[in-house]
Design a binder for this molecule. Structure first.
Ligand SMILES: *Cc1c(COP(=O)(O)O)cnc(C)c1O
Length: 365
């Protein structure tokens, strides 16, 4: 008698490792490891969430109608072409589930978002890793990876964990270089942190092209990570295919109401963007001043900065040293990034605190 045998391609998946919220010895500390909103959640979204508690016996609207309509109004989109899911993570998985399978290839960049590899392997597809250009997305390298078997290219822009941003012309060049039967997934989890007018043009592309899926999330700037609400926009046939395999009730009632309220609270979003821009610039500047000690911030357009450690103080030492001092950041040796720490921009106090702690660890203070 043998036990059930998992698929070999499932057993080839390295499980996702989430950002931690406690230290090795269980202390609760400043969590700068998951790119959450340090300013919390829109008060309007909190109220909408609480109000939804009156209807817990009912299934949520499987069509997430209020969410799709609010998103469509905000971004000038066709509500029928909006897919949604349990976080944009689910939407990323739906793309792989609908468009890739055994024998197919799925491309993403080295130092890319961990979910792409899991999504590709889960359906039996082969992950193909494009080399980076000093941690940034290299469009030519991505295009050089394309073969007859390529079905999907995943690009996060800004990218996580690097924070780097490929401008509109580069994204257009990438799209122009791909065959029309290859799905280009542009993961815009951090798009709201980009200044108006400097976006990567992905949403406009998704409106007109037949092979572009843009994904967005309420987890980052909207501060609703706990509720798991993500969405995507693409051509009607792409969305229709993804709907066939989506979980029927993937967004909760409270999540749907909170998302609608969050979209309406532009003041909260603007305040968060301003806070992030100010403290990200200050943080990066302070890291550059530690260049003598081998610290190097990678230019970021997101709500975190990847700091590379090229001197005596290693990223691993800094990771444990910061934990001792009460700051949890992200060290990603499992993603080939043993030389860096990804640090979320926190409150002013947290940001000043983590900089001071790094100065001490680097021996410059
Ligand atoms: C955080 C993040 C997401 C998604 O998060 P959800 O909470 O599942 O919406 C997607 N892509 C990138 C690059 C991210 O950093």
């Amino acid at each position: 008698m043998t036990a059930p045998v998992p698929k070999p391609y499932v057993m080839a998946i390295a499980p996702y490792v989430p950002g931690r919220s406690t230290t090795d010895d269980g202390r609760k500390v400043a969590k700068l490891s998951s790119n959450e909103n340090p300013l919390g959640t829109s008060p309007a979204a909190r109220t909408a969430f609480a109000d939804a508690a009156g209807n817990l016996e009912r299934y949520p609207d499987a069509g997430a109608t209020i969410v799709r309509e609010a998103i469509a109004a905000k971004h000038d989109l066709d509500p029928a072409r909006i897919i949604y899911g349990n976080g944009s993570d689910e939407v990323l998985h739906l793309a792989a589930g609908a468009f890739a399978g055994e024998g197919d290839e799925v491309i993403f960049v080295r130092y890319g978002f961990a979910v792409y590899e899991i999504a590709a392997r889960r359906v039996g597809a082969v992950p193909v890793v494009a080399p980076d250009d000093d941690y940034a997305t290299d469009v030519d390298a991505v295009l050089a990876c394309v073969t007859d078997k390529t079905r999907i290219v995943y690009i996060a822009n800004p990218n996580n964990p690097t924070g780097t941003f490929a401008p509109r012309e580069e994204i257009a060049r990438l799209h122009a270089g791909l065959r029309s039967d290859i799905l280009l997934v542009l993961d815009q989890a951090y798009a709201e942190y980009i200044d108006a007018g400097s976006d990567d043009g992905g949403m406009e592309m998704a409106k007109s092209a037949d092979n572009v899926l843009v994904t967005r999330t309420f987890s980052k700037i909207h501060g609703l990570a706990a509720e798991r609400i993500g969405w995507g926009y693409a051509s009607a046939p792409i969305i229709e295919a993804m709907h066939r395999i989506r979980l029927p009730f993937s967004i909760t009632i409270a999540g749907q109401h909170a998302a609608v309220a969050a979209l309406g609270d532009t003041a909260f979003v603007d305040h968060t963007r301003d806070h992030n821009a100010r403290w990200r610039a200050w943080f990066a500047d302070e890291m550059s001043k530690l260049g003598n000690a081998g610290l190097r911030p990678i230019p970021s357009e997101a709500n975190f900065v990847l700091v590379i450690f090229e001197g005596a103080l290693t990223a691993e030492q800094a990771y444990h040293g910061l934990m001792d001092k009460g700051f949890i950041v992200r060290w990603l040796p499992g993603q080939g990034l043993a030389q860096g720490l990804r640090i979320t921009i926190g409150t002013e106090e947290e940001t000043r605190g983590v900089v001071q702690a790094l100065r001490e660890l680097a021996g410059t203070d």
